[in-house]
Design a protein around this ligand. Sequence first.
Ligand code: F6P
Length: 363
Amino acid sequence: GQSIAVFTSGGDACGMNGAVRACVRMAVYLGCQAFMIREGYQGMVQGGDQFVKATWASVSSIIHVGGTIIGSARCKEFMEREGRKKAAYNLVQREINRLIVIGGDGSLTGANIFRIEWTGLLDDLVASGKITPQQREKCKDLHIVGVVGSIDNDFCGTDLTIGTDSALHRITEAIDSIASTAYSHQRIFIMEVMGRHCGYLAMVSGIISEADYVFCPEAPPPLDWHERLCSKLQKERECGQRLNIIIIAEGANDLNGEPITAQMVKQVIFDRLGWDSRITVLGHVQRGGATSAYDRILACRMGAEATVAVLESTATTTPVVIVLVNNQIERIPLMGAVERTQAVNKALQDKDWAKAIALRGVA
Ligand code: F6P
């Protein structure tokens, strides 16, 4: 049978393990040899025991575990052609030319560059005598499939990325804990949630926690937000509310693109109302912990489909990324989705908020 390899890359996310497990088990089920590559592209460049032959049993008891048990790393070497040549050598040595990458848009872009260069890399390896023409022939095309793992839900073309739901569980637990102490002392809490370029976690957190105000990157508040925020807080108190929750995405900014930070919000409330408030930065707590039921199922569905897709791929197949659309698992062109995701980030940089939202909204 064929050999496939799966690896995780970029920031970890709950559900990555479930996806690795599903990829491996579907490969075994279909009579293929599955490899897991440790430490992402770094392991692929290093070779040796970073390549692990996987069996049905080697992925037992990981579906519930957060993070990625096979590791993830940022790899400078893979950014260079020389590094990618080493990675190609390590793959060809094991007769692997089918890869499943579980990661964010950056990791998926890296895989596509590798795919485009593949033939040239193999030619170089043959020319320098590192691999034989027969080896080259056996692995002549590189087939890649993407699965998106990211707690930010920042990838265009999918309703949800793996890890988002678990992160929301962590955030919900944290906000519930904060709310009980805030209620007792009639306090205002400003909670910072993750999401560099994407306000999804912030928006959903705001709804589930009945927050009074949400700051997120794609929808900066009006320039007079200071006044609006404070009058909202005041009104809530007049209505008898004992606490206030304000959610702020770590990447929040104003209409001029200037960052809005939790500390700034705290200061505004103090200066205008003379009210004290507390800040809680949730940080990496959001990325860890047990994997939610939904992320486990999503990972199983996406991982299994990724293996089928990578095995079905031929020399003329456009590389795909596995997505969820209307609760169905689908394959869509990888680079179209990556490019749209990157266009959103560019629109945010250009302070074109309407464009960012429009790009993100189209499935
Ligand atoms: O993309 C996932 C994410 O958790 C973002 O929400 C956050 O901005 C970033 O990664 C943090 O990166 P690091 O773990 O490198 O500090």
